[in-house]
Design a protein around this ligand. Structure first.
Ligand SMILES: O=C(O)[C@H](O)COP(=O)(O)O
Length: 224
């Protein structure tokens, strides 16, 4: 049996302000830091062979806190733009309630939760997002549906996480709400329609136990 654990970063400053974030690079709130420590507490006794995160600060710091609390600072960590949050296009930085008033509750729900809905696009890639100079211009989105994000997230999992799990090495992914929803969709085979009902809480470790062929033996995902 091998374990995959996925943790959404602790509460970010943008989460606390109820703002769309996507590739914007924002730090954790004090509450977010506490959530990262609580996540680590729930994982006491776990060992990971490799940690995977995005290139965004809120996920990286959450990963560092968990590694530190588990005394696993020496474990290699890979930071990939492929694990970034879904790019929220022109919505980034806007207040979610304000967009509900402007565009309606149903439209906002579609943008946030449907698999194929693309948020309003930026006129051009935004030089103020993330560690911009480390992104190749060819990968800079102007907005992403969850489907489009899935296309760049799943190859990372298939190439970098699944082979290590098949080698019986436990893996930790510390990432973002939409990144983890895409991974849950792939791992559990959830339909395009049903993925809209899947929510991922800040700092709650999702633990999957797999057999040697990566069939799911158990998972705590639907536990309250
Ligand atoms: O990028 C964001 O705004 C959040 O991390 C996730 O937003 P969501 O809850 O609208 O998917």
């Amino acid at each position: 049996m091998v374990k995959l654990v996925m943790v959404r970063h602790g509460e970010s400053i943008a989460n606390a302000l109820n703002q769309y974030t996507g590739w914007n690079n924002v730090g954790l709130t004090q509450e977010g830091i506490v959530q990262a420590h609580v996540a680590a507490k729930k994982l006491q006794g776990f060992y990971f062979d490799h940690v995977h995160t995005s290139v965004l600060q809120r996920a990286i710091i959450t990963a560092y806190i968990i590694q530190d609390d588990l005394n696993l600072n020496y474990v290699p960590i890979t930071k990939s733009w492929r694990l970034n949050e879904r790019h929220y296009g022109a919505l980034r930085g806007q207040n979610k309630d304000a967009t509900r008033r402007e565009f309606g509750v149903e439209q906002v729900h579609q943008w946030r939760r449907s698999f194929y809905s693309v948020p309003p696009e930026l006129p051009q890639p935004d030089p103020n997002v993330g560690p911009y100079k480390y992104y190749e211009s060819s990968i800079m989105p102007v907005a992403e549906s969850l489907y489009e994000a899935y296309q760049r997230i799943i190859p990372y999992y298939v190439d970098n996480v699944a082979p290590k799990l098949l080698d019986n090495k436990n893996q930790l992914i510390v990432a973002h709400g939409s990144t983890i929803r895409a991974l849950i969709k792939y791992i559990e085979g959830i339909s395009d329609k049903d993925i809209d009902g899947v929510e991922v809480a800040n700092g709650k470790p999702l633990i999957y136990d797999f057999d040697e062929k990566l069939n799911i033996i158990s998972s705590n995902r639907t536990e309250k």
